[in-house]
Design a protein around this ligand. Structure first.
Ligand SMILES: [Mg+2]
Length: 245
């Protein structure tokens, strides 16, 4: 049963992990300006923000830079990790997924092998358009040399990826490197790809408008839609941090 309060009493996260799409943005993909200001206030209070997204590294990096964040990035649902010192960790090879998709498109005329526009920046997976015939793609791959790859449909694409990739696994690797325990982390998200990160951390918040299974898994469900969650959530964090002294 999700909690009715923003945070456990007296608890202050050491890090905050946030999804982008549907979490910092509204249903039109517009960034919530109040959420941006709230994340800056967290950083000013020495609580680093980690972006955990299905989006690619250049897109996450742009947000990181322009908001003014200091934490690492978990991109492509855990496939790509980036640290502010410039180190990049690729947890899978996207060229393999691309080769698999190009082969599939040869077998199934009509499938667009180039997939979605952000593939040119993808490093750990390849994404076909969301309205392609997923069952046919799956059936072909299972009998091919790429049978170890997973085919997963989200609202915006069919992801062809290494099955070991998840936001939770990517975030776990980052926390180990930062020497921060998962129980000291708060995560905010809206969609099924956030569930692995909710499983990992000490406290999870589902934004208003989240998928029902995400609300069911969260420690608390925000009464505010999407990015409007952040001003009151961050105010609660900063109030407990102040009380802590
Ligand atoms: Mg999302």
């Amino acid at each position: 049963m999700p909690s009715m309060v923003w945070l456990p009493e007296g608890w202050v996260p050491k890090l905050v992990a946030v999804d982008i799409d549907g979490t910092l943005t509204d249903a039109n993909k517009w960034l919530h300006v109040g959420a941006v200001e709230a994340l800056r206030a967290l950083e000013a209070a020495d609580i680093p923000v980690i972006i955990c997204t299905g989006n690619t590294r250049p897109i996450a990096y742009g947000l990181w830079r322009f908001i003014g964040l200091s934490g690492p990035l978990v991109c492509e649902n855990g496939g790509v990790l980036w640290y502010p010192d410039g180190e990049v960790v690729l947890r899978a090879d996207g060229r393999e997924a691309e080769a698999a998709c190009r082969w599939v498109a040869e077998q199934l005329p009509g499938i667009d092998a180039n997939g979605i526009a952000t593939n040119r920046w993808r490093e750990s997976e390849w994404c076909l358009k969301t309205d392609e015939d997923m069952e046919a793609i799956q059936a072909l791959l299972v009998e091919s040399q790429w049978s170890h790859l997973t085919v997963l449909r989200t609202g915006f694409a069919i992801h062809v990826m290494d099955p070991c990739l998840s936001k939770g696994q990517g975030l776990s690797a980052v926390l180990e490197r930062l020497d921060v325990l998962p129980e000291d982390v708060l995560a905010v998200g809206d969609a099924p790809n956030d569930l692995s990160m909710f499983d990992l951390v000490g406290w999870s918040v589902a934004v208003g408008g989240a998928f029902p299974e995400v609300e069911a898994a969260a420690s608390m469900c925000s009464p505010e839609p999407h990015g409007a969650t952040f001003p009151p959530l961050v105010a609660a964090i900063l109030a407990q941090k102040k009380a802590e002294g």
